[in-house]
Design a protein around this ligand. Structure first.
Ligand code: DLL
Length: 437
């Protein structure tokens, strides 16, 4: 196989040169971080008051970790290191409660992010002759615009179709000769089953490749999508705090995701002790972003579990490869690609005076998509002959939840005492989706 590189010098850089670059970028990033109230205090607490306090890449271990809660506490502008007139964009992602985590980008940050995404896309063998249909949510979520800009950077024609509306997606594929799509793996499976239902033969289309990410999936799921659609599927990993997509991506070898270590300093730490692990062992991924000026984030605890491959990739890239994410260390649910914390649901439900003491969150598979049902106990007086108050309350809960978590749940109302009560810690989440990985 001949491998294709967006920027071979950067992608196949020697580890020695890479480390020299990382040190320079880390010092700059720490210098920028010290401009924010949050890091001035956090770094000051461990005696780091200037970029010169970082003398080697391994000095990273002197820096305290940053968590999602830290980002929430700094909402809205506590992590901003640039004057607002240098910021051209923001993105946001769910926090454990209603307060989201926000990142800001300068014009240069947007351009560098697009360059990383272009590296990912081009590395799968795409060129500017490809037609790219971006079947993922645009908006505050980073998946839409992140890939959009990267694909334009490659020079592909982008169809900004967004997610959902499956029938229209096939029509776009047919009308414009789409060769590459981007979606969550669950949406790709859904598209495939709809094609089958509507008698669309995927092999009659020009489709060759798909980028699938934003949620966990297994090697079996990848193979299934590949076989059913007759295409190559590439795993794509990223998170909003690290810009979004473009952090780690599979190359044409499709064997692990190269994490772009010139932009994202990556550590894998023991999930309990938070001490660095020997190469190859599974632990929590911790990132320091080296390619963004407006929102520097140091040693961010992703809560994602993975490990590094220890052997080099056949493609010749020197950036290390991460294995498929095997799980998370917190309770965040990913429902059709959308991050939802059970605490967000609790906050909405428990704030309603009509609601009793117990509720249950059920996540299950409905075909290839995920389905969320929120079961809530309410006072028995509402279960009268007249169903209108009951339906009105259901609708109120559904709408309020949707406004908070952005996905539309099914809501079920139950009489007090009807939902299971556990003797120990309450089990509020019943996730029956097959454990995929
Ligand atoms: O999901 C960014 C993204 C968009 C990545 C499009 C890939 C494609 P968040 O909404 O902040 O950002 O969610 C990040 O999703 O910490 C993982 O738990 C999970 N995740 C993302 N990609 C993968 C993947 C975007 N390929 C969280 N495999 C991360 C497993 C993934 N989990």
């Amino acid at each position: 196989m001949t491998f294709q590189y967006w920027d071979k010098n950067k992608e196949c850089i020697s580890r020695e040169d890479l480390e020299a670059q990382q040190l320079k970028a880390l010092k700059e990033t720490v210098g920028r971080a010290l401009l924010t109230p949050f890091y001035k205090e956090r770094l000051g607490g461990v005696g780091i008051t200037s970029a010169d306090d970082i003398e080697s890449v391994s000095d990273i271990s002197k820096i305290p970790f940053t968590t999602k809660d830290d980002l929430r506490a700094a909402f809205p502008y506590g992590m901003l290191a640039s004057p607002l007139d240098e910021v051209v964009r923001m993105h946001a992602s769910s926090g454990t409660t209603g307060i989201p985590t926000v990142i800001y980008l300068s014009r240069q940050d947007v351009a560098r992010w697009a360059d990383y995404v272009a590296r990912c896309i081009y590395g799968t063998g795409c060129t500017k002759s490809d037609v790219f249909q971006n079947m993922i949510t645009y908006g505050l979520f980073t998946g839409g615009l992140g890939f959009h800009y990267g694909a334009e950077e490659v020079g592909m024609m982008v169809i900004p179709s967004g997610s959902g509306n499956t029938t229209k997606q096939f029509k776009l594929m047919k009308d414009f000769g789409t060769t590459v799509v981007h979606a969550t793996p669950s949406f790709l499976l859904h598209v495939q089953s709809k094609m089958e239902e509507e008698g669309v033969d995927p092999r009659s289309l020009k489709l060759k490749k798909a980028f699938a990410g934003a949620e966990p999936y297994s090697e079996d799921t990848r193979r299934k999508i590949e076989a059913m659609l007759g295409i190559d599927v590439y795993n794509s990993y990223g998170l909003s705090e690290m810009n979004g997509p473009g952090v780690a991506f599979e190359c044409q070898a499709k064997d692990g995701m190269h994490v772009w270590e010139d932009g994202y300093l990556t550590e894998i730490v023991d999930r309990d002790t938070l001490k660095p692990l020997p190469a190859g062992e599974t632990g929590e991924i911790v990132f320091t972003i080296l390619c963004r000026t407006a929102t520097p984030i140091l040693r961010y605890r992703t809560r994602d579990l993975s490990s590094f491959y220890t052997e080099p990739c056949v493609c010749g890239r020197t950036h290390r490869r991460l294995r498929r994410i095997t799980g998370r260390t917190d309770d965040m649910l990913i429902i059709n690609g959308v991050n939802v914390f059970p605490s967000q649901i609790e906050e909405v439900v428990m704030a309603m005076k009509e609601v009793g003491n117990n509720y249950l969150i059920v996540v299950e598979k409905d075909g290839s998509l995920d389905k969320l049902t929120v079961k809530v106990e309410v006072g028995s007086s509402i279960f009268a002959d007249d169903a209108r108050p009951l339906n009105a309350l259901k609708e109120k809960i559904r709408k309020t939840l949707q406004a908070s978590i952005t996905i539309n749940p099914r809501v079920e109302l139950h009489q007090g005492g009807a939902l299971p009560v556990s003797e120990g810690k309450a089990k509020r989440v019943h996730d029956t989706r097959p454990k995929d990985v």
